[in-house]
Ligand binder design. Structure first.
Ligand SMILES: [Zn+2]
Length: 253
């Protein structure tokens, strides 16, 4: 069809490319150009040909972006993230994260009157940092169910992969948050008994990392209080598959 701009078509399968290809898709297109040859055809004057194994990633990727991206757009998940700011944003959460690590007594910073975390008869100023932390509660339930050793093993880490992803921040976000957390709290400096029954590394991965993601999402969406935190948790869970596909670890080249 001559009315279609060939530049908007996939050079390999001739399907339309998404209107705004991600950096990752652009990168895949650029690298496969070098491994393919020109092959103009009636359906696509800019068509190219190559072994299927060369371009399969490109086609999977553009189909994904055509289907998932509209959902992300409808739900307000970001297409670009200021990666250079993440380190500092996480550094600024130091006090909050230290309180979680030490489970210190914290003031009640809820702005909700109907907070379900409020325990009747319990003095407000006796609230501890982990009391309202859903990730700590989930890790504790996991340990209760499977025992400490099973909860820390590789198979279980794999089963919990979704739960330890930072939502739309994706794998790349996970890597940057990780590095910053290890800088803030080197695992060897965390007293194991303080985070027991988790190991210091498990505590960072399963509690601090998703907690950072919640805080980032709350900042992004101007959410606050425990109701804001619950909304951020839903966004985090809903957008995890998107984040993994949108911001894989290798886009930063
Ligand atoms: Zn294609």
């Amino acid at each position: 069809d001559p009315s279609v701009d060939a530049k908007t078509l996939c050079p390999y399968c001739d399907e339309p490319l998404p209107p705004f290809p991600t950096p990752h898709l652009k990168h895949l297109l650029a690298t496969t150009v070098k491994k393919s040859v020109r092959n103009p055809r009636p359906t696509n004057p800019m068509g190219r040909k190559a072994e299927v194994t060369v371009f399969i990633n490109v086609c999977q990727r553009h189909r994904f972006e055509s289907e998932i991206l509209p959902e992300a757009q409808a739900k307000g998940w970001p297409k670009t993230i200021e990666w250079s700011l993440i380190h500092e944003r996480v550094m600024n959460m130091k006090d909050h994260l230290r309180a979680l690590t030490e489970n210190s007594i914290v003031g009640d910073d809820d702005d909700d009157d109907d907070s379900p975390w409020e325990i009747p008869g319990k003095s407000r100023n006796m609230k501890r940092a982990r009391d309202g932390c859903v990730f700590w509660q989930e890790a504790m339930n996991d340990v209760k169910e499977k025992g400490t050793r099973a909860a820390g093993n590789v198979k279980n880490q794999f089963a919990n992969f979704d739960k330890t992803q930072p939502g739309y921040y994706g794998e790349l976000g996970s890597v940057i948050i990780h590095q910053t957390l290890f800088e803030l709290f080197p695992p060897e400096d965390i007293q194991p008994e303080v985070v027991s029954p988790l190991s210091p590394k498990d505590f960072i991965n399963r509690v601090l990392l998703p907690e950072v993601a919640i805080q980032l999402i709350m900042e992004d969406k101007s959410l606050s209080g425990s109701s804001g935190s619950r909304r951020a948790l839903k966004i985090l869970r809903d957008s995890t598959a998107y984040g993994v596909a949108m911001f894989p670890e290798d886009t930063g080249e």
